[in-house]
Design a protein around this ligand. Sequence first.
Ligand SMILES: [Fe+2]
Ligand SMILES: [Fe+2]
Length: 328
Amino acid sequence: MRIGKPKDVAASPLRDWIDTAAVRTKPSLTDFKLSGNADEIRNVRWFARGTADELLSHPLLGRLTIAERNGLYAARLLHFLDDMVLTEHRIVNVAAQVIAENRLRAFLPEQWAIDALKLYTDEGYHAYFTAQASRSIRDVFSLETHDGPNVKIAALEALVAEVPPQQRDMAWFMVGFVGETMITKAIVDAMRGNAHSAIDALLLAHLEDEWVHAKYFSQLFTRVWPQLPSADKAFFGRLLPRIMLAFHTWDVGFYRHLLGQVGLQASECEQVLSKVVSGSSQIGRTRQMCANTLQVLARCEVFKDAHVRTGFMTAGLLDLDQAHRLAL
Ligand SMILES: [Fe+2]
Ligand SMILES: [Fe+2]
């Protein structure tokens, strides 16, 4: 059993957590409320996105009124926030528990394991204030609650369940690593489409914590990967692209329901969905959102292994040029 000696341990990105974490410094986020009266919010364009928004810039949605368009934006934001709440405690905090309980003690110093409890606390707080915001948006727009299973969470849990029990802790670590090096881009993307100051403030507070979490998980991955035996490198090298794609599983049922609600005929719904929810769009989005994750993998020379490289290429997450460069 290898345990890093204190003198070997680099400073953790979470070292200033007491003075900087949102849970310590921004208690007001728990009082989130949407300002303005319900009619104003419904009828003023307060979500701003241009043609970069494939779904909402689709010609078949051009006939919608501002109120209908705002309702669509709001339902999608609500879906994003609800998904975030679940991801925090059902996915990220499972990975944080694995680290905090020192179950990866063969690879990681104990101080970094203790720091996982700070991350765990952050995610609980993010889940809480995000759930508050979600409820507020749902009330203003009179939106339905979606109680159905979350397809992304189900895909990730199914993936880990396939892993042999002795490798499951490491699989959760890999899931945490992908999720936490990717989420900053997802939050920035959500902020880009939003023009409401209270929601922006909340997303920014979350983003500031997530920059630290991304650094923390990158640091851990950089320590773990070189220590893995080659058979494990091959195994997790094959699992990583599947984790990345699972994180971007489209909830087709949700979008179909949403488009039906604003009056699109079944054939029109399928036309819109075939453009924005196709396999290539899932791969494109995964590549875009996982750019930081892919950079960390390249830095750690994960792609030097030809089988791993091929696995990423087959999944569509690396193109031929990149693969050639990374092989050198
Ligand atoms: Fe978070
Ligand atoms: Fe996080």
